[in-house]
Structures are given as C-alpha cells and as structure tokens.
Write a protein that binds this ligand. Sequence first.
Ligand code: COA
Length: 123
Amino acid sequence: MQITCGTDIIEINRIKALVEDSEEKFIKKIFTQNEINYCESKNGAKYQHYAARFAAKEAVFKAISGALGSKYDIGWKDIELVNDENGRPKINFINIKIEGLKQCDISVSHCKEYAVANVVVVF
Ligand SMILES: CC(C)(COP(=O)(O)OP(=O)(O)OC[C@H]1O[C@@H](n2cnc3c(N)ncnc32)[C@H](O)[C@@H]1OP(=O)(O)O)[C@@H](O)C(=O)NCCC(=O)NCCS
C-alpha cells in the first residue's frame, strides 16, 4: 500500500480575474457542468467555490503524481469535485481510470481571500 498527499492554496481574486478577463471561457475550460451549477448557485460567494474546486484539482494532481509520477495526462475536467447530501466533498474521476487507485479523500476550506484543498490518495 502507498499513501500520498497533495495540497494547494489559491487566491480567490486570481480566479475571479481569470473568469472575468476570459468572459467565462476559463470556467468552461476548467470546470465540469456539475461544478459550474454548484458554484453559480452560491451567487455572491461563487468565486470562493470556484477557487476551492481549482485548488482541489491541483491537489489531486499533486497527490497522484506523488505516487505515479507524470504517467497520466490528466485534464482539468477529468477531476470533478462534488458534494454529498451533507456537503462533504468528494472527487469523481471522469473519462480517466487511475490504475491501482483505491481511495481518494479530499477536504477544502475557503475564506474571503484564499481557498485551500488537501487530498490523500491510497494505492
Ligand atoms: C461544514 C462546516 C465544517 C464548513 O466549515 P466552514 O468553516 O463553514 O467553511 P469552510 O470554508 O472551512 O469549508 C467549506 C467547505 O467545507 C466542505 N464541507 C461542507 N460540509 C462538509 C461536511 N459535512 N464534511 C466535510 N466537509 C464539508 C465543503 O467542501 C465546503 O466547500 P464547498 O461548498 O465549496 O464544497 C461547518 O459549516 C459546520 O457545519 N460545522 C459543524 C459544526 C462544527 O464545526 N463543530 C465543530 C465541533 S466538532
């Protein structure tokens, strides 16, 4: 068994600027429709939720490449963060199977300025 972790922190304003400057092309390139629906439902706080999902994708990538190196060409939308009925986040892998992956757990947090994600994977 091998356990690796990944973490990422991002400024909310950086994500806000990327979305606004790209006339939302950035959103369509990076986020799945489920993620967009969730974030857009948050109105005023939506950039915190987008930033959390961006950090989540980076943290998953770090955790997986910690175990497998750069074996996989993982796209932004291959990794999706969804919330269960209690709000707890979990990762869906879309159109990609990570060989040997047994478990992937994630925790995210965000405030006005930053979003952070921590991921642990078990192979
Ligand atoms: C769920 C809770 C922990 C979120 O904490 P918060 O400080 O309000 O907000 P944070 O920015 O740190 O975290 C938000 C993220 O928590 C995650 N989250 C929500 N519910 C969760 C749950 N039940 N379990 C794990 N993570 C959860 C989500 O990913 C959310 O981000 P998202 O909506 O963008 O996906 C908090 O609202 C809560 O209900 N706390 C319960 C009371 C408590 O803390 N008791 C402590 C004594 S044990």
